[in-house]
Write a protein that binds this ligand. Sequence first.
Ligand code: ADP
Length: 484
Amino acid sequence: MQTRNLIDGRWTVADDGSTLPVLDPADDSLIAEVPSCGRDEAVRAVAAAARAFALFQAMTAVERVSLLKAISSLMAERKNALAELLTREQGKPLVESLGEVDYARSYLDGAAFELERQSEETMLDRALTGKTVLVRPTPLGVAALITPWNFPYAMLTKKIGPAFAMGCPVVVKPSEETPLTALAFAELCVEAGVPPGVLNVVTGEPIGIGSAFFESPDVRIVSFTGSTATGRKLVEASSRQLPRLALELGGHAPFIVLEDADLESAVSGLMISKFRNGGQTCVSPNRIMVHRSLHDGFVARLSERMSALVPGRGLDPQTTLGPMINDGGIRKVQDHVADAVARGARLVLGGELIEVPGLARRFHAPTILLDATPDMACFQEETFGPVCPIMAFDDVEDAITIANGLPYGLASYVWSSRTAQALHVAERLHTGIVGINDPAPVTSWTPFGGRKQSGWGIEGGAAALDEYAPPKTYSMVGLDPEAV
Ligand code: ADP
């Protein structure tokens, strides 16, 4: 297992030798120790990336496509080992980790595909202005990537795919909770032939490492996935050097089941989107609104399905619900349930911690809260846990108003058997993506970015590449357009 950092092509420890423990969230056992780095190591990583920029730019697009494909196929080869490591440090069931490795690979494959597809666009504009205009995507420079713990491979490749495709060297700061997956990925990148300095990974203290990113004039884009509160701090920190910011922040997805929805499909869809990673997902449905005519049937079926979830260690094959990532995570779930009950919600399933023999007290029972109202904490901010607060509605206008009533706008879901009706509702939801009868709308091939306080910028699809390499315009006078 790789436990050291990668800086300038060399595997290194912290300058003072200090380390951070990485614990298995299921039982608190020590998996490994990683370097506890800070500002100084990150400054060196940024300098290495800045030096690598010229070399990386000199690589042809064909070479960069091959590099992305080589990384992706090594991930496929090592799929089982990568997935096991993810489950150990993050807790999710192994089957989900295996799925995440494939999902993560799709961002490398997708970026390679886009790069192959993207031709340099030449606009011969002589008739209009008498000039010859050439527009080319041009890499910004060093990209600093700050990634979260809930999908540590996928959130990394979502950024690295387009960065590498467009020739931007990167410095990665993975979450303190899940550094080992990032280091395993880095090891594989070195083997695939990523040149020294093009990928650097620094683990440790977020504020120190972050300060190195925001002080350096060489860092031209900071791409972050995490909470809105941290995103706001990064915006403040960016005010001196003004790097481009790409922010994928918190969500609080509404899940609206219309009168004409297929009940079985809606319940199955909710199970998939809600219980992926135990609800610790930024696109997790948290505000479930069901037409009153379907409400009781929906709750009965959902309750049956949720009762069948099996909590446990992610490596056990029967496990379908892993632990919450840490004590703060479990406390938040408990607080939200207590707040909802205090404000009048009816607890009809779960509501308490589950004791799993031999494991930490970090498992929360799948929970259903009925009569949820917008003033409850679980309707105000994301719970990040296996809790389904449900509200019945009579008029879909009320559901839309509640859905749009928060400063978040990441994902939403609409269930209906009539396309026109579903689209009509979906068009009015202020979110970057809407799943219409689709519990998994986010893919590497399609653009995804939040509205309002859920973020800036796009990940996935062709637009993701523009974040790292915006168009540069060459306006030429007196040149022969045929010679371009
Ligand atoms: P969560 O609360 O879910 O862990 P955060 O938004 O705090 O989400 O963390 C997401 C990522 O941001 C992690 O890699 C974390 O270390 C990093 N991070 C948190 N605070 C800062 C900061 N001030 N500067 C740079 N990175 C930070």
